[in-house]
Design a binder for this molecule. Sequence first.
Ligand code: ATP
Length: 270
Amino acid sequence: SRAALFDAENKVKITFKDVAGLEEAKEEIQEIVEFLKNPTKFTILGGKIPKGALLVGPPGTGKTLLAKAVAGEADVPFFSLSGSDFVEMFVGVGAARVRDLFKQAKAKAPCIIFIDEIDAIGRSRSRGQMPGGNDERENTLNSLLVEMDGFATDSGVIILAATNRPDILDSALLRPGRFDRQISIDKPDINGRTHIFGVHLGPLTLSGDVDAKKLAAQTPGFAGAEIANVCNEAALIAARRNKKAVEMQDFNDAIDRVIGGLEKKNKIIS
Ligand code: ATP
């Protein structure tokens, strides 16, 4: 909640089975689950457990979902904050928030800290400076670096961060001992989309003509978030039409609607 300055979930129910596709990413991140479950097993020969990993990929591809699933799989608390929340922060608040987050996380270790849109905090310090406007962001970034350096690798806190702009990140964030691992999360191919439809069709009452493979073929370029959106829209459209089950026609109309929404968004951006 806002009052706590960040979100904390003690018991995460999401696991890898909720994350469709992304097989390589899941395999890579499985290692972090192992670290969280049994840290001493890995440090016994003198090795150091990584402090953080960066999840890199376009919006809506499941970065947040995957980070949560790591916490769910390891059965550890999940602390999260979003970089974009820092953009209009009053002086001193961002750094204090980061310190407070790490303090609480350390007390609850083993756990995951997830920083969404880390580029909003961690943009290269030499880039895109607005006159006079960037001191607070820099303070926040510095406090994040200080906190990351300040805890032992066997403390049981692992920081996952997400971005779709790894190219603009301050190189200090990517040094060994900070976010020294990158896991790429790509937009799903047709197989990935079929699996994602599979997950999101699950809770719906469907008519016999609904086919995840066909839907995947009709949605090139869609990320998981858009697929989830299509499934929900289709259920609402079918309900409005007083149907007993969601039919392929409802999905087709939902797809058109989601494509329309995406086009509008792109127009606003360009
Ligand atoms: P952003 O960068 O915009 O924060 P993100 O990559 O963190 O996006 P999520 O927030 O994890 O994306 O995804 C949004 C929603 O889309 C999820 O809650 C889920 O419903 C759905 N989704 C995305 N990817 C997948 C996936 N691989 N499998 C199942 N559902 C997915």
